[in-house]
Design a protein around this ligand. Structure first.
Ligand code: SF4
Length: 99
């Protein structure tokens, strides 16, 4: 089931700069549904079953499930490579909030 919040229209997106990743796996400990270490020993983002396995920087952004937002933010805050980047995207399809 897609978690969708009426009160919070913005969606988090995340990407990793693989050039800076140390491969320690802290992010996969926090949010294994969003991050995965691949055969090259560094971390990549997941979006459902899709793996963003091309180290293309911000071109490889995954939408973060609502339930994973806290653990993704914690991963970015604690990432020793400082290479997890979070962007906020406004959802144009979200219903307008009542005044
Ligand atoms: S926490 Fe950061 S440095 Fe560690 S594996 Fe994840 S992206 Fe790489």
């Amino acid at each position: 089931m897609e978690g969708r919040s009426v009160a919070g229209a913005a969606r988090l997106k995340v990407w990793i700069d693989q050039d800076l990743c140390t491969g320690d796996g802290l992010c996969t400990d926090h949010a294994p549904e969003v991050f995965r270490i691949l055969e090259d020993g560094i971390a990549y983002c997941l979006e459902g079953t899709k793996v963003f396995n091309d180290p293309g920087g911000s071109a490889e952004m995954a939408v973060v499930p609502r339930a994973s937002e806290g653990s993704v933010i914690a991963s970015a805050a604690e990432c020793p490579g400082e290479c997890i980047f979070i962007e906020i995207e406004e959802d144009a399809e979200a219903p307008a909030l009542a005044p």
